[in-house]
Structures are given as structure tokens and as C-alpha cells.
Design a protein around this ligand. Sequence first.
Ligand SMILES: Cc1ncc(COP(=O)(O)O)c(C=O)c1O
Length: 407
Amino acid sequence: MKERKIGMISVIRNEHISSGKGPEFLSEQATAAAHRIHKGLAIYQPTPLVKLDAMGKRLGIKAFLVKDESKRFGLNAFKGLGGLYALTCVICRKLELDVRRISFKELEKSEYQAMIRRMVFVTATDGNHGKGVSWAAGLLGCEAHIFMPKGSSPMRAQAIRDVNPKAEVRIMETSYDDTVRYAAKMSEEQGWYLVQDTSWEGYEEIPAWIIQGYTTMVQEACQQMEKWQLAPTHVFVQAGVGAMAGGVAGYLANVYKGSRPKIGIVEPENMACIYQSAKVDDGAPHEAADQKPTIMAGLNCGEPCTITWPILRDFADWYFKCPDEVSAYGMRLLAAPEDNDKKVVSGESGAVTAGLVAMLAGKQEYRDLKQELGFDEDSVVLCFSTEGDTDPEHYREIIYEGGLQYE
Ligand SMILES: Cc1ncc(COP(=O)(O)O)c(C=O)c1O
């Protein structure tokens, strides 16, 4: 499909959008078990949905909403939703328990513990997913092996160790995608349980559980918006492998059906595999064309998740790729909001959607694109700030030392 570059933003409009139902595994019924498992945790609280009234007013839209996932389970990112639910499903399968009836707490019973403690979990991660898996395994006293790609932040590695004393964390010399292959190989060789947040041919069930887990944050956002009598007209979601974005898009298509919001998928320009797949437009997933470093570590993935690519192919309205400056702009806007708007601590992978929306709606050079998007006084725009300051040093550099200013 045709791509356009406007200012620093590249965009593709989806020419083959589906008006059909979302996938069955992301229906309200199919995701109910994941929501129940999360809500049964003692630590559970819905994360805040922050309504940025002053910013919305300045941008000329009805509501600008940011779901603050830095508050999720004390993990500073949304990813634990997927890791915890998938790990629960893996254990239930092993113990022949019904995940639709059990609570996570019941797994702590001594009759189950002997078997569970022998289970070892493994994953590859750029930080947040590994922390979620490590944490969930730690809650049940299990060992976890976490592999991180070359260049990963040592602070993020330490954060993974901190949530589970039995976590072994190693920073590798390989790319994210090769680190995933290594974790899969180790799982086969060692008999460890691979809980990976992306899928490939033959490895689809566990990622599907992870994706179902992510929908808890979408369900909460829908309920929170309902209290304000708002329904989203536009939802912007960032993509690494696209598992989270696919979960959001598929679930929203099921919840809102014919009146579903417009969806924008947002990636770093140097690592945009969903964008590239849309551009090639042969229906199949494709690797990112350019693969260079980005500050958006959570989005630093070159190969799409095979389960969610078809959802993003059929249900996303636009695909965007942007430079790191857009993320830095979003981080600052959310860190120092206007008037009485509430501050959101949003990290590199969390803030790119808010940065993009603010640019598209607020800057003159994007006025034609703003019109194409249909941003106006009736627009209710929802973004997911999927992480907080998961790399605190870098966060400070961007916020307080003005790193990565755009021209
Ligand atoms: C903070 C954050 N946001 C978004 C994503 C993207 O998720 P996905 O890889 O499912 O596209 C990640 C992935 O690690 C992440 O850590």
C-alpha cells in the first residue's frame, strides 16, 4: 500500500479494512478467564485512565485519554498481564486444573506446590515481558531464566532480578529476534516452559494466552470510559511484534462491533515490521526493512507476531512509523502536563502514541493528515502508556536534560 512521509512521520492508510467481527479468541467470553485471574490477585487494581482535559482542549478534540500502565501490579509496565495469565494457563494444563474456575491464590496450596516448584520458566525480553514472567514465576516460588538482547539496559535486567530471587538474567550478544530463538532452543534442551510474547508456526497457544491477558487493560479502559459516558473514536497503539496491538484491536472490534473506533498502529521508524508488512501488502507478515537502534526498547522487534498480524492487517486503519523524537516529545508532554492535567510518568515505548497524537492534532504541518484522521471536537482519543520510567537514567535524560528535541 502507498506510504506517505509528512514531516517526520510516515503513514500508510489501510485500503482493505474489514468490517467483520474480531477473532473469537479475543471475544469478551474467551477473555473472561484472563480478566477473572487478574482481578482475583490481592495486588489487583485497575490502572488509572487519565483524562487530559487541557491538552484535549488545546488539540481541539473532545477527550484525550491515557491509560497509565506504569501502575500495573507494581511492575511499571502492562506486560505482567500477559505473563501472569499465560503462566497460570501453563500450570493449569500441567496440573489438569480448569483455568476458568481456579484462582491464582489456589495455586499456592501445598497440594499443588510440590509440582509447581519444579517447573522452570524461560523467555526472551527487552525488559517488560521478562519482568512480568519473572514476577509471576516468583509468586509461586519458581525459577525463571530470562534472556535479553544485545544493548539491553542493565537497570532493566536488575529490575527483573529484583522481582524474583530465583531469576537468572543474561544479556546476550544477539538481536531481539535471535534471542527469542535462543530462549526457544534452551526450553527444548532443558525442558523449561517457554512463555514467549510472540508467536511463530507451531508456537501459538501460549502467545494467544498472553494476548488474551493484555485485554484486561482494554476492558478496564472501556469500563472507565463508560463511567464518563464516552466511547473511543480513535485508539492509538504501539507495536513491537504487534501482539499487544493485535489484542487491543481484536478485542475492541468484538466489543464495539459496527461502531468500533479507528485504530492507528505506531512503531519506531527504524524497527517497523507491521508497517513494512502493510507496505508489502501481500497479506503475509514481513520483517522490518531497516533494523537500527531505537530508544523504544519495547518496540525493538523486527518480526511480527504471526497470530496478531492478520488482526492488524484487517482491523487497523492507519500504520505509522516515527523517529525517537516523537516518543521523547510524548514523554515530556505527559511528564509536564498543561494546567490541572494529571502527570503520567511514561517511558520511551509508552509515550510514542501520545506524542504522535499531539503532533498530528496540534502541529500545522499535519493539518491535512489531521483532517484525514477525522480529529475534531467530537473525537475521543485513547492511548495506552504501556510503561513508566523503566530505564530511569534515560528517562531523566529525556525529561530533565531535554534529550532528543525535534526540530
Ligand atoms: C512498554 C511496551 N510497550 C509496548 C510493547 C509492544 O508489545 P508487542 O511486542 O506485543 O507489540 C512492549 C513490548 O515489549 C513494551 O514493553
